[in-house]
Write a protein that binds this ligand. Structure first.
Ligand code: 5GP
Ligand code: MN
Length: 326
């Protein structure tokens, strides 16, 4: 699905007409999900709407400074609460929210993932957007809300983090036009980046070192495999959130074309996949029941088989082979 402006107009009208909204996004929130959610919530509040923010998991510490973050309720289910409309941001499927009680309500689906299932009553899914925050920015503008420094900060964090600090695919003139206006609204881009990236714990640094030290190479050095378990978190005083970004680090080596990060916490296995250029790890993730984008995808194996690592590596190796010119 690409961006149909008609859908954006329908969403704008629905938001302008409604009075009470529930705004949610995916479990294990990241910069794009939180920034998008908080920017839209503030715009709706400006317009006199009542807004409830609900997520399955709390914001990671590095995002606690985002304007409005303290208003997010953490809950795995919601009762019928009188909201006219549920806005779901940044979720390829409704299940990604990991919040139950949303199905059957009037859902507005705003996302940028390929393969979005179109679960909403209105669906605005634009794969060409570098971040869901780009779409939210356009919607805030269409609603006629004022671009305050706090809305601009939230959209900036969405774009900054989802583009891997302006390195990933789908960065376009639109991205920079939005960022130009964000700077014009008074956001200090360097200060925001420092809050997100230069404010972690020493434990996180130690964890990163340990994970990279144990990196294994497969497929002639083209695939880097990283593995983390609960003991490594415990020993470094870290939480799972502290791993954000670590999966990208092996891509700094020219020879490494893709990364598999295995997170063995509890019974299941969370897997993050990253790749360069045309290598499509989303398809690998899909074949294991996950999803994501071409160069950044993920999945969860609830009951990982002993050969899970080998099958993942084989899948990624096949994706690399498919991407090479015949
Ligand atoms: P991460 O590796 O950072 O957790 O996720 C990378 C990308 O893959 C994100 O765009 C995220 O939305 C997507 N993703 C991660 N895990 C899953 C999953 O279990 N299911 C789906 N559909 N997408 C996922
Ligand atoms: Mn995103």
């Amino acid at each position: 699905m690409t961006r149909p402006p008609a859908e954006r107009a329908r969403i704008r009208d629905r938001l302008l007409d409604g009075a009470r909204f529930l705004v949610t996004s995916h479990a294990r929130p990241d910069g794009d999900s939180l920034g998008s959610q908080l920017a839209l919530a503030e715009a709706l509040t400006q317009l006199g709407k009542e807004v409830r923010l609900v997520n399955a998991d709390p914001p990671p510490a590095r995002y606690a400074f985002l304007p409005g973050a303290s208003a997010i309720e953490v809950a795995g289910s919601v009762e019928e609460d009188g909201a006219d409309t549920v806005v779901v941001l940044e979720c390829g499927s409704l299940a990604r929210t990991e919040v139950s009680g949303l199905a059957g309500r009037f859902v507005v689906n705003i996302d940028h993932h390929a393969g979005n299932t179109g679960y909403g009553a209105v669906n605005w899914c634009d794969e060409s957007a570098c971040a869901c925050g780009e779409l939210v920015f356009e919607l805030v503008e269409a609603l006629g809300a004022k671009l305050t420094p706090s809305i601009a900060t939230n959209v900036y964090v969405a774009i900054l983090t989802d583009t891997g600090s302006f390195r990933h695919a789908n960065i376009t003139a639109r991205t920079f036009d939005i960022c130009r206006r964000i700077a014009g609204a008074g956001v200090d881009a360097a200060a925001v980046a420092a809050r997100v990236f230069n404010n972690g714990s020493l434990g996180r640094l130690r964890l990163t070192g340990r994970v990279l030290d144990r990196m294994q190479l497969e497929a002639g050095g083209r695939i880097a495999v990283l593995a983390v378990d609960e003991a490594m978190l415990r020993e470094t005083g870290c939480e799972a959130d502290d791993l954000e970004g670590v999966v990208n680090l092996p891509l700094a080596a020219g020879d490494v074309k893709a990364v598999v990060l295995l997170k063995a916490f509890g019974a299941g296995l969370r897997v993050s996949l990253r790749s360069k250029d045309e290598i499509d790890v989303r398809r690998v993730a899909l074949s294991f029941g996950g999803g994501g984008h071409r160069n950044a995808a993920g999945l969860t194996l609830e009951h990982p088989a002993p050969d899970a690592r080998a099958r993942l590596v084989a899948g990624v190796a096949a994706a690399i082979a498919e991407s090479l010119p015949a």
